[in-house]
Design a binder for this molecule. Structure first.
Ligand SMILES: [Zn+2]
Length: 137
């Protein structure tokens, strides 16, 4: 079985891991995300936990990216605090990421099983919001 670890964006994983180590605090910020923009830039963010449904790091990252003028993401990864390593996106984030960035790649797995997979593969038989709007053709 071939490993895909060489082909994943290690710089991106390290960027998320660095933010997880240095910026996550207490119970409010426990996850970090990093995304590679289409222009090569790296955008990072942390989650903003709240019992009412505070956003995951991936969702905060979408807003943070837009705030920097970045609207196209190529690859995203999330890393947990306390050295938890790469954490796959939750169901809500998979849906949001698919709707915002249909061609996005998501880094999942651990160790020599780290790999970048298309977001659509993380959401089989997916609901595509844009297909169900009244003006959709
Ligand atoms: Zn999530």
């Amino acid at each position: 079985m071939a490993t895909h670890a060489q082909s994943v964006d290690q710089e991106l994983i390290e960027a998320a891991a660095h933010v997880a180590r240095t910026r996550c605090r207490g119970d409010n910020h426990t996850m970090a995300a990093a995304a590679r923009a289409a222009d090569g830039r790296i955008v990072t963010a942390v989650n903003a936990y709240h019992f009412t449904g505070g956003p995951c790091a991936e969702l905060v990252l979408i807003g943070a990216a837009a705030g920097q003028g970045v609207y196209e993401l190529d690859t995203i990864v999330a890393v947990g605090d306390r050295e938890r390593g790469v954490v796959p996106p939750c169901g809500r984030c998979r849906q949001v990421l698919l709707d915002y960035f249909p061609a996005l790649k998501v880094i999942v797995g651990a160790g020599d099983r780290l790999r970048a997979v298309p977001v659509a593969e993380l959401l089989p038989e997916s609901y595509v919001w844009a297909d169900h709007q009244l003006d959709a053709e």
